[in-house]
Design a protein around this ligand. Structure first.
Ligand SMILES: O=P(O)(O)O[C@H]1[C@H](O)[C@@H](O)[C@H](O)[C@H](O)[C@@H]1O
Ligand SMILES: [Mg+2]
Ligand SMILES: [Mg+2]
Length: 287
């Protein structure tokens, strides 16, 4: 189902509305490209590990999004996954900054597993202003604007209240597969299951996992090994749905720290954070 124009128009207004609408239109266009390419042959390359994949579609979609935004907003700055992989610095300044993941779920995309999204976040004065995440195969447009709520195809999103012993917890593996990392990853999953959580799920897309939390389809998320472009848009959507996003230390979210805990309440997020052993993936702004 496509988001209806009148739904979005109903929320018109806000200081960055022109940028928000540009992000929505670009996410929908990118989603069409990704949806078409999902079933086609792909040229697959690797980045930081044999399981950290990138395709020509990741590159093409990122080029489309960035070229259109740079033309419309030449004074703005950009942080994007594939540009960062090519050596661009991830520095969040007070300038209006776009934070883009052209395909979130590239490993899924390569395998034609239909859990794939495009994620476009936007920050000003180092404060996240809005996020747009488009589930390309289910045609679900998730949006969040600071102080203006979170929506999926025009339907307002709200966290479901629950406690950890009844929670469905989502996480992601991250790109490292060395024995020590795998041991910690599996140990953290075991620790969460020992709390009595109903289940733990890994779906291959951190942005869509966080959207599931915001829509009440899951209750908590944690990850070591994601990036600022996985987190930016989803953080606004989670917050605007009434949820909490924090650092795995229990402190405030650090967008560049490559780690996160999210839940409907600070109490739940803190319980998850306290159960975790840290896996050090470094920082996006120190690469
Ligand atoms: O590279 P993309 O943009 O597909 O992002 C995924 C990361 O690659 C995974 O390591 C990570 O574990 C998450 O699955 C994340 O969504
Ligand atoms: Mg990603
Ligand atoms: Mg990506």
């Amino acid at each position: 189902m496509k988001p209806s124009g009148e739904d979005r128009a109903a929320r018109a207004g806000g200081p960055w509305e022109e940028c928000f609408e540009a992000a929505v239109q670009l996410a929908l266009r990118a989603g069409q490209i990704i949806r078409k390419a999902l079933s086609e042959e792909k040229r697959v390359s690797t980045k930081t590990s044999a399981v950290d994949l990138v395709t020509e579609t990741d590159q093409a979609v990122e080029a489309l999004i960035l070229s259109e935004l740079q033309e419309r907003f030449p004074s703005h700055r950009f942080i994007a996954e594939e540009a960062a992989a090519a050596g661009a610095k991830c520095v969040l300044t007070p300038s209006p900054t776009w934070i883009v993941d052209p395909i979130d779920g590239t490993c899924n995309f390569v395998h034609r597993f239909p859990t794939v999204a495009v994620s476009i976040g936007f920050a000003v004065n180092q404060e996240l202003e809005f996020g747009v995440i488009y589930h390309c195969t289910e045609e679900r447009l998730y949006t969040g604007q600071r102080g203006r709520g979170a929506f999926c195809n025009g339907q307002q999103l709200q966290f479901r209240e629950t406690d950890l012993s009844k929670a469905l917890v989502l996480t992601e593996i991250g790109p490292r597969r060395d024995p020590a990392t795998l041991k910690l990853f599996l140990s953290n999953m075991e620790r969460l299951l020992r709390t009595g959580a109903h289940g733990v799920r890994v779906i291959g897309s951190s942005t869509l996992a966080l959207c599931h939390l915001a829509s009440g389809a899951a209750d908590a998320y944690y990850q070591f090994g994601l990036h600022c472009w996985d987190l930016a848009a989803a953080t606004v959507i989670i917050r605007e749905a009434g949820g909490i996003v924090m650092d795995t230390s229990g402190g405030p979210l650090d967008l560049m720290a490559c780690r996160v805990v999210a839940a409907g309440t600070r109490e739940m997020a803190t319980l998850v954070a306290q159960a975790l052993q840290t896996i050090n993936y470094g920082r996006d702004d120190e690469r």
